[in-house]
Design a binder for this molecule. Sequence first.
Ligand code: GAR
Length: 194
Amino acid sequence: MTLRVAILISGGGSNMVRLLEDMAEPGHAAEPVLVLANDPTAGGLAKAAAQGIATSVVDHRDFKGDRAGFEAAIDKVLRKADVDIVCLAGFMRILGADFVGGWEGRMLNIHPSLLPKYKGLHTHQRALDAGDTEHGCSVHLVTPALDDGPILGQATVPVQEGDTADTLAARVLKEEHQLYPKVLREFATSLKAE
Ligand code: GAR
């Protein structure tokens, strides 16, 4: 049986597109069943719909001051879709321990740094400010602590003379597009074999 994947996004969803493309390949252990955004204007929603993937919006602005309610609403959609694996792909809301605990060992995130370096935001600028010669991205299992779970894969890029946060981000994003599908593929294959 193919494992059912939901992808959570907040924006343009270029990583989401890559995950969808890879799961469309024959023999993949997982299939996309849902793309969910916390923002109705997320550009990735239309891209997912164009691929025939069901989409859903749980707008965080409808839950001001009620993160538990926001997360319960997301959880309900995921459970209804009978999801096995959740992929955070540019999902920019922090998720609490209750929600995360419910998906323990089954929720992946991509983060634009070589974790454990630069958890949180502005990772590219922070790598530049630190004078790093190498930067990159990580895919990890999500645990309640932000950007902290077991690392499943990383890719590195060189920091080049004259880089700005934008040029560096673009170089890292290219690697994200290779890394995330590869890690999800391995993860789904091993989960299916359990
Ligand atoms: C990606 O660089 C991803 O690693 C980052 O947001 C971008 C989303 O791009 N995620 C985070 O910073 C998570 N805290 P995308 O929407 O085109 O995939």
